[in-house]
Design a protein around this ligand. Structure first.
Ligand code: 13P
Ligand code: SF4
Length: 306
């Protein structure tokens, strides 16, 4: 079966779109309407006229799309594609964290469930976390669930204390400081680009730290010819593909071949086809949770951050 053709036919027939995160297997781009990072995809989910959104990403991303487009059918191809970091905080331990530091605004990374968002003040993504915290104009914030993104924000802001929850991304934490020093020795002419979910000892050694989108924009516009990518494999794959197609004449080397998010890589073209054909698995969210969680994301979107 030609899955690409079948998916495109189903998309037309059902007025569906496919939103794809840059960590997905690259062949899924062939059938995607929008490919990008979590901030970009949440904006696309909020603005679409489609009847069905297929989210080629992880569970919290599909949930966010449903929160922003509650009247649309949102489908996730694999129910097992959870984000390990998002699953590190539940409502009970969030409550304990808040009780330990009362009356402090809580910022939650978009990598969190709807239940967590419903219990936080404002959402952020790795693209706008610094701006969101700065906007709160307060001297203390709680930051959940990512300890390392929180610490990265803290390193950029002097006049606010960022108190972080102890969550982390197992994929990004596989990058070690020695990977960076070894990459410098092997590729002395390369610039090293890292995601803020990396450990701060890794981030400190990188030439540039930014979200998925910021890394991709930086890599494209910077004159250097070689880059080491210290984030998920999908980013390096897409940069190498685009470099070839658009003749940038640049090389992107993944810091370590193991930097692969297992949940992100579950989806195949066949899964996307089955999702569209059978219209499952549909995302549903309890309406009380949904109202509050939506507010948490919308506050971020209203800030019109980059
Ligand atoms: P972005 O916000 O950069 O898309 O990252 C999402 C993510 O899950 C990173 O691990
Ligand atoms: Fe979650 Fe990490 Fe995978 Fe991103 S890379 S979806 S933070 S487990």
């Amino acid at each position: 079966m030609n899955f690409i053709e079948e998916i495109n036919n189903l998309k037309k027939e059902k007025n569906a779109i496919i939103l794809t995160h840059c960590y997905q297997n690259i062949e899924i781009d062939e059938v995607s309407d929008f490919v990008g990072d979590s901030l970009y995809l949440s904006k696309m989910a909020a603005n679409t006229n489609a009847d069905i959104i297929v989210f080629a990403g992880v569970y919290f991303m599909a949930q966010s799309a449903k929160l922003l487009s509650p009247n649309k059918k949102v489908l996730l191809p694999n129910l097992n594609s959870g984000c390990q970091m998002a699953d590190m905080v539940d409502v009970e331990n969030l409550k304990r964290f808040k009780a330990k530091y009362p009356n402090i605004p809580v910022v939650c990374y978009i990598n969190s469930t709807a239940e967590i968002k419903a219990n936080c003040d404002i959402c952020c993504t790795s693209s706008n976390a610094i701006e969101v915290v700065r906007h709160l104009n307060t001297n203390k914030v709680l930051f959940v669930p990512d300890n390392y993104l929180g610490k990265f924000v803290q390193s950029k802001l002097n006049d606010v204390e960022v108190i972080t929850f102890n969550g982390f991304c197992p994929t990004h934490l596989r990058i070690r400081p020695q990977d960076i020093t070894e990459a410098r020795e092997t590729y002395p002419d390369a610039l090293i680009l890292a995601h803020p979910e990396c450990h701060q000892d890794v981030a400190k050694l990188a030439d540039f730290v930014g979200s998925t989108k910021e890394i991709m924009v930086f890599a494209k516009k910077t004159d250097n010819k070689r880059f080491v990518i210290a984030t998920e494999k999908g980013v390096a794959d897409r940069l190498n593909r685009d470099s070839k197609i658009e003749n940038w004449n640049k090389e992107f080397i993944l810091i370590n071949e193991n930097i692969i998010c297992p949940s992100m890589k579950l989806n195949t073209l066949e899964d996307i086809y089955r999702t569209l054909k059978d219209e499952k698995f549909e995302i549903t969210i309890d309406s009380n949770v949904a109202i509050k969680a939506k507010e948490c994301i919308e506050k971020m979107l209203l800030l019109k951050t980059k």
